[in-house]
Every structure is written in structure tokens, then in C-alpha cells.
Ligand binder design. Structure first.
Ligand SMILES: Cc1cc2nc3c(=O)[nH]c(=O)nc-3n(C[C@H](O)[C@H](O)[C@H](O)COP(=O)(O)O)c2cc1C
Length: 200
């Protein structure tokens, strides 16, 4: 069987969703996929970034991570999104990228992509599920196949029990408060299993 192509598309201000994406990258490679890890374009004004030392440091630390292109989406069999919760919604940076996919959508090139999403927030119930579901609304329009984790494995219960996608709570310093690596690995494997069945 051909090697599956797995794209991870993330936005992160202070590193959490980058770290979630790195966990996903390791899991996808361990499952034999060809993997691309890519960020969406930062759009915030420099003054905002420079006003937050964690944000500034993260932008600098990830300056060599490639910015996702439409060709990367076309390339992928499966796309995993990761982005922080912003007022219970998808960050503008991610939304802007999604809003550039109209041409691919028009040509039917996003149909049957296997997709899923992860997120983080500062509160236990700060809008994680709403953020993931907001992103999934666009995926229905793409005609993508949403491979949410559901309750398909006990690891889902050990990390907050979010069936829509792995989500994690971060503390004031931006540190993850749960070990979500097993849930991320399960979500990635489920995506790849479904993509393999679709490609068969
Ligand atoms: C403008 C803004 C809005 C936010 N909205 C929420 C929110 O609705 N609920 C919540 O729990 N945390 C909220 N947060 C906290 C972020 O979700 C948290 O900083 C983020 O998950 C960290 O991810 P990152 O390190 O990948 O940037 C918000 C943060 C910012 C800057």
C-alpha cells in the first residue's frame, strides 16, 4: 500500500499547539506516514507579539517551520489541525488560511480528505469543544471525512473525555496540565486507519 501523506497544520502563539503538533508528528511517523508539519501565517501586529515575551519567544523559536500552502493541502491524504481556543472559537490566523481554500474547494480537491482537530485553552471548560466544532463546520463544506476520536479508546477518558478532538488545559505559564500524548497518538492512528481504508 502507498505511504499515506499526513499534514499537520497548526497555529500557536505560545507553543502549546506547536507541542501538540510535534506529538502528532512523532505518532504519524511511528505509524509509517510521510509527514509535513506546518504553521499558518502569523497575522498579529508586531506590537502585540512583542508585548508578550512567551509569544515573541515562540515566534522566534519556530521561524524555520514552513508556512502551509494550498499545495500542501492538495498533497495530503489526511490533515490534522491544531489551534488554541480564542473566545471559544478558531483563531483568526487559522480562519484566514481556511478562507484561502475556496479555489481548492471549487475544484473538489478537498473532498474525502481525512481531517481532525486538536485545541488548547486556559480553562477546564473554556470553549475547547466549540473551537473544534467551529473548525469542523468548514470541513463539512469541504466534503472532508471528519475522523473525530469519539470514545473509541480509554485514553480519551484519561485526558478530559473530549470526543471531538484532543484538547488540553494550559496554566498561566502556558504549560500543559495533562499528559495528552496518548490521546494525540490515538487520534493520529485513527485518522491514518480511516485514510488507509479510504485509499484501499
Ligand atoms: C485573545 C485570546 C482569547 C482567549 N480565549 C480563551 C477562551 O475563550 N477560553 C479559554 O479557556 N482560554 C482562552 N484563551 C487562552 C488560550 O486558549 C491559551 O493561551 C492557548 O490555548 C495557548 O495555546 P498556544 O500556546 O498554542 O498559543 C485566550 C487567549 C487569548 C490571547
Amino acid at each position: 500500500m502507498a505511504q499515506l501523506k499526513f499534514a499537520i497544520v497548526y497555529y500557536s502563539s505560545t507553543g502549546t499547539n506547536y507541542n501538540l503538533s510535534k506529538m502528532a508528528e512523532a505518532a504519524a511517523k511511528a505509524n509509517g506516514a510521510e509527514v509535513k508539519l506546518m504553521k499558518v501565517q502569523e497575522l498579529a501586529p508586531e506590537a502585540a507579539i512583542n508585548g508578550n515575551p512567551l509569544w515573541k519567544a515562540h515566534v522566534e523559536a519556530t521561524k524555520d517551520v514552513p508556512v502551509v500552502t494550498l499545495a500542501d493541502l492538495e498533497w495530503a491524504d489526511a490533515v490534522l489541525f491544531s489551534m488554541p481556543t480564542r473566545f471559544g472559537n478558531v483563531p483568526a490566523q487559522m480562519k484566514q488560511f481556511l478562507d484561502t481554500t475556496g479555489g481548492l474547494w471549487f475544484q473538489g480537491k478537498l473532498v474525502n480528505k481525512v481531517v481532525s482537530a486538536m485545541t488548547s485553552a486556559q480553562n477546564d471548560h473554556g470553549g475547547q469543544e466549540a473551537t473544534i466544532l467551529s473548525l469542523y463546520t468548514t470541513m463539512y463544506h469541504w466534503g472532508a471525512i471528519i475522523a473525530a476520536p469519539g470514545y473509541t479508546d480509554p485514553v480519551i477518558f484519561s485526558t478530559g473525555g473530549n470526543p471531538y478532538g484532543t484538547s488540553v488545559k494550559v496554566d498561566q505559564e502556558g504549560k500543559m496540565t495533562q499528559d495528552v500524548q496518548p490521546a494525540v497518538a490515538h487520534q493520529v492512528k485513527r485518522m491514518l486507519d480511516i485514510a488507509a481504508k479510504l485509499n484501499a
